[in-house]
Design a protein around this ligand. Sequence first.
Ligand code: CTP
Ligand code: MG
Length: 214
Amino acid sequence: MEIADRSLSAWGIVVAAGSGTRFGGDKHMATLGGISLWRWADRLFTDVGLDGVVVVGDVPGGIQGGVRRQDSVAAGLAAIPDSAEIILVHDAARPLASAGLVRRLLEAVAADNVDGAVPAVPLRDTIKRVHGHRIEETIDRSELVAVQTPQAFRGKMLRTAHLQITSDVTDDAAMVEAIGGSVTVIDGEPSNIKVTFAADLAMAESLLTEESRR
Ligand code: CTP
Ligand code: MG
């Protein structure tokens, strides 16, 4: 596809193989606006015109995931052609990411000397380091951000990172950072919330209704 006036192949991985423990089960099959969460993520990548999308999880057309999120991403990587120059990874648990966000990520990762691009939003809450119930420190949040998905990477870099990093991580950028890759941060979307608990789905429904009124 055309990215930053260049022709680069771009593939997407949607991870939907979690157990939804905090949600109360089968999160990716839950519906938002009548469409299941994993389909929102799959459609987003298809609508943007990616060269291919792999869905990881027990859904129609999906491939089998792994124990940890990063194992599910690795399963997705194994199903993508080696020639993919850019790979996007997205949580099925974030149904409201926009096509505009994906396009901005693709532009950012196509820049020279950039290995990855991730969306982030400022923190809302005051953050403290605690030991049990005792506050040890209030952390200056001016330099902290909350990171979302989709995350976009140079395909080779993401593959190398997944081969080299075996410790537990919570996102793909952490792996690319750990091997010395440069990951750039772009403006995320406040409405791109992650459905973690059942109440988050109700929040997503109201954001969707708000969106459709605009
Ligand atoms: N995920 C995955 N494979 C895993 C674990 C998580 O594909 N082994 C996916 C989830 O399906 C989700 C995303 O990673 O789309 C983010 O994970 P999270 O929100 O934590 O979902 P779950 O792991 O399913 O939820 P929980 O941690 O409450 O069990
Ligand atoms: Mg989880």
